[in-house]
Design a protein around this ligand. Structure first.
Ligand SMILES: Nc1ncnc2c1ncn2[C@@H]1O[C@H](COP(=O)(O)OP(=O)(O)OP(=O)(O)O)[C@@H](O)[C@H]1O
Length: 803
């Protein structure tokens, strides 16, 4: 509430861009003529009024853009003197609002106006809202003052009583604009004025909060940057000193990836990707893990032979000569490889790509037992083509990432083996041997075979994408070869893409030639002996192959030769032996000990495996090539033994079933064969396949099982010199089997002279080397009864039946 009263006439003191509210005390500069005129007029008026007049009075009126406000403040001149800067000044106190009326210019140039003081009324007692308002204003003002560190003023503000005085105190606030202050001046109602003042204060505090938090953020950012900058400077200094200590020159640290990428001969897309990484690297700090990932990646990319390729030698006759020079025998294999090279050459001549698609024969797979020369034949292919050779061992690979790489985000990520192989080769068109492709597995980590399919597929492999590398790699010029021990274990889809080349193993004659022409010269060199210093008689080599080793390949033969030569070299060094030295079969024992493999037929009859009824000799193919395998059968005591069929020796399901079939056949047909099959009724049968640690499977032991059981029941021995292979049906038919060549080679190695084979395998005999067939009496049969006739020794031989 406010109303005007008591007319006054006072000299106007104009305030430019300044507002004084009642209660405020302000110093004013008297060197300003208008101010001085007003003050002097007020002083003169006071003097004229005599001693009771009180302090001189002026009317403080804000003047904005030359226009006076409608309300002013009556001010008393408290003091006249000097201001802090030495100018004459007056201290004026605002007292009360005055509404301005008409004006005239008076003595001394001062403007005199008439006015009426504005009376204010504040409700008493204060309504709750107003008390709250007072509290709020005081709280906000306190907060603001504290922020500015104006602690001494806080108490004064807290002590101000009266709504009007409190509101007018805000006139001191430096953040209020002149217009806002004029508004406060012209708001006569104290409660409304306090509301206004509170709002301004609240707004200002809020603005300040925002500004502060921005400032804080900015400051923190600046601090961090500064810290990082300083640390980097220190790091650089330390590095420099280290380099100096190590005698390196500046910049030798080949961190300059950008220059390296720019200088490298990279395909356009790869260069783009690499430069992108360089940018990332430049942005990242030296120590960040990302930086080190990027460097490893860039190193890999820079080391790949993107534009390197070797010139192909497409001289087919020359290639054949290389193959012949490096390997003895293996006629079929060399033939097949020569054809493969010839087709490649013709297609290359016509500008055609590699033969692709299913069964396209893009990949030659060399299949055969260990040590038959698969790896070394593959290496010869590379020689023959004039290409680099790299071997990728796949045995035991179960993780797709091994082939295709780990994503870069993975800790310790690496490119896959294919990319590593290309890097190792140093050319984009090497011969890559996928070794032991039959030994890849698959599990929850994905299917490596599927990744390999992509690698081998000519339709896809020109844009092979390794997860780590992320840029495409063209594998279409790579010649892929594969090796495997067993065909059955190669994943079907892969098998589909391969052209198989079989290496079944060597005959003794072939081994002798290989040993003489290839293994011996190599091992002589390894032992530091000159060619011709140690010579092995052919019969010595033959015994070495036949009695000291029993294998499809020549790996152990090579080892035995190495052992022998080391021994001779040592003897020569100690003066025990003069060189040159020709090794005869009789020298072997003294040099490398007793032979490990004596043929069954050469054993003392009582020592032979087949010296008791119930044991027959079978032929099998394992991962190590063909082998002879015995089958032992026994009958349990009716009193103590368990009934039924017991099988031991790590058998697969198919083999177990063929044991059931053999037993069922004898149960139903035994009587015709004059076998005491009644024994089978209540006595348990146990069949065991020795070499129990080697897993065995397949149906080809069928006729061996029937023979062993028949021998057991009849008490007739199985002939020691006979071995057999064939599946048997419930009616006694003999069904064909696989791996005939390997089996016959094994039989020959073991000193077997008679073999029984399924009639339907007769055509396979063409693959068996003539020298082996010459030494073997082969009986093709179609019925198991024929087998028994051949294999069981005559009944007259008196042997006690083992219970
Ligand atoms: N026909 C051959 N002529 C000359 N050397 C041979 C012949 N066959 C094998 N070799 C030699 O026998 C050794 C064994 O061969 P290699 O390592 O290539 O066998 P592999 O079949 O690859 O065996 P694995 O399946 O265990 O890898 C090699 O030193 C190889 O040179």
């Amino acid at each position: 509430m406010a109303h005007s009263s008591a007319p006054l006439t006072l000299p106007v003191l104009p305030l430019d861009d300044e507002v004084v509210l009642p209660g405020m005390v302000v110093p004013l500069d008297l060197s300003d003529t208008e101010v001085r005129a007003a003050v002097e007029a007020a002083q003169a008026a006071a003097r004229a009024d005599g001693p009771s007049a009180g302090k001189p009075r002026v009317l403080l009126v804000p003047r904005i853009d030359g226009a006076y406000a409608a309300t002013g403040v009556l001010g008393t001149v408290e003091q006249v003197g000097r201001l802090s800067d030495g100018d004459p000044g007056a201290l004026i106190r605002g007292v009360t609002r005055v509404r301005i009326g008409a004006g005239t210019t008076g003595p001394g140039g001062a403007l005199w106006v008439e006015g009426a003081t504005v009376e204010e009324t504040v409700p008493d007692p204060l309504p709750g809202q107003v008390t709250e308002l007072v509290k709020e204003y005081k709280a906000l003002a306190t907060e603001w003052l504290k922020k500015r560190g104006a602690w001494q003023v806080v108490d004064r503000v807290q002590q101000i009583e009266g709504v009007s005085a409190l509101a007018d105190n805000s006139g001191y606030s430096p953040f209020l604009t002149t217009a806002q202050k004029v508004e406060l001046l012209e708001t006569a109602d104290p409660v409304a004025r306090l509301k206004l003042a509170t709002e301004h204060l609240r707004e200002h505090l809020a603005e300040q909060d925002v500004a502060e938090s921005i400032a804080k953020d900015v400051q923190e950012g600046v601090d961090k940057q500064q810290r990082e900058f300083l640390l980097r400077r220190q790091l650089d200094a330390v590095r420099k000193e280290l380099r100096e200590l190590n005698g390196e020159s500046e910049g030798e640290e080949s961190d300059d990836y950008r220059a390296r990428v720019e200088a490298a001969d990279l395909p356009e897309k790869v260069r783009e990707a690499a430069l992108k990484e360089v940018e990332k690297l430049e942005r990242s700090s030296d120590q960040s893990p990302e930086g080190s990932w990027i460097r490893t990646w860039l190193d890999t990319v820079l080391e790949l032979p993107w534009q390197e390729r070797t010139e192909d030698v497409y001289d087919i006759a020359g290639a054949r000569a290389v193959l012949d020079a490096e390997h003895a025998g293996l006629e079929d294999v060399k033939e097949r490889i020569t054809e493969y090279l010839a087709v490649r050459k013709r297609r290359a001549d016509r500008g055609l790509g590699v033969v692709g698609g299913r069964r396209g024969g893009a990949v030659l797979a060399l299949v055969g037992p260990p040590g038959v020369g698969k790896t070394s034949v593959a290496e010869s292919v590379a020689h023959a083509m004039g290409r680099k050779f790299v071997r990728v061992a796949l045995g035991g690979v179960r993780d797709e990432a091994e082939i295709r790489g780990h994503r870069r985000t993975y800790v310790g990520a690496l490119p896959g083996r294919i990319v590593r192989a290309v890097k190792e080769a140093g050319s984009m068109n090497p011969v890559v041997l996928l070794d032991e492709i039959d030994k890849i597995g698959s599990d929850f980590r994905g299917d490596p075979a599927a990744a390999l399919l992509e690698v081998l597929d000519p339709a896809q492999n020109h844009t092979f994408r390794d997860h780590y590398l992320e840029v495409e790699l063209d594998l279409s010029d790579v010649v892929f070869l594969a090796t495997a021990n067993v065909l059955e274990a190669i994943p079907e889809a892969l098998l589909d893409r391969m052209e198989l080349v079989r290496l079944d193993g060597y005959t003794e004659d072939e081994k002798v030639v290989i040993a003489r022409d290839h293994l011996l010269p190599r091992q002589l060199e390894r032992a530091g002996l000159d060619a011709g210093e140690v010579v092995l008689e052919e019969s010595a080599l033959r015994r070495l192959a036949g009695e000291y080793t029993r294998e499809a390949g020549v790996r152990n033969l090579e080892r035995s030769l190495a052992r022998l030569l080391r021994k001779v070299a040592a003897q020569h060094e100690t003066g025990e032996r003069a060189l040159p030295f020709t090794v005869t079969p009789d020298d072997l024992r003294g040099l490398i000990g007793r032979p490990h493999h004596v043929p069954e037929s050469a054993q003392d009859p009582a020592e032979r495996r087949t010296s008791v009824p119930g044991v027959a000799t079978g032929l099998a193919v394992t991962g190590a090539g063909g082998d002879v395998l015995f089958v032992e059968a026994s009958l349990a005591d009716p009193e103590t033994g368990a009934a039924g069929l017991t099988l031991t020796g790590q058998l697969g399901d198919v083999m177990k079933e063929s044991a059931q079939i053999a037993l069922s056949f004898l149960r139903s047909h035994g009587a015709e064969l004059e076998l005491p099959v009644a024994d089978l009724k209540d006595r348990g049968v146990h069949v065991h396949f020795p070499a129990g640690a080697v897993p065995k499977d397949g149906p080809s032991a069928g006729i061996t099982l029937v023979t062993a059981l028949s021998s057991l029941l009849s008490g007739r021995l199985v002939r020691t010199d006979v071995a057999m292979t064939g599946e048997v049906s419930l009616t006694g038919r003999v069904l064909p089997i696989g791996g005939l060549k390997q089996k016959l080679l094994a039989a020959h190695r073991a000193g077997i002279t008679t073999v029984v084979i399924p009639k339907r395998n007769e055509p396979d005999l063409d693959d068996v080397p003539a020298e082996v067939l010459e030494k073997l009496e082969v009986h093709p049969v179609s019925d198991v009864r024929q087998v028994l006739e051949i294999a069981l020794a005559p009944a007259e031989v008196p042997v006690p039946l083992a219970a």
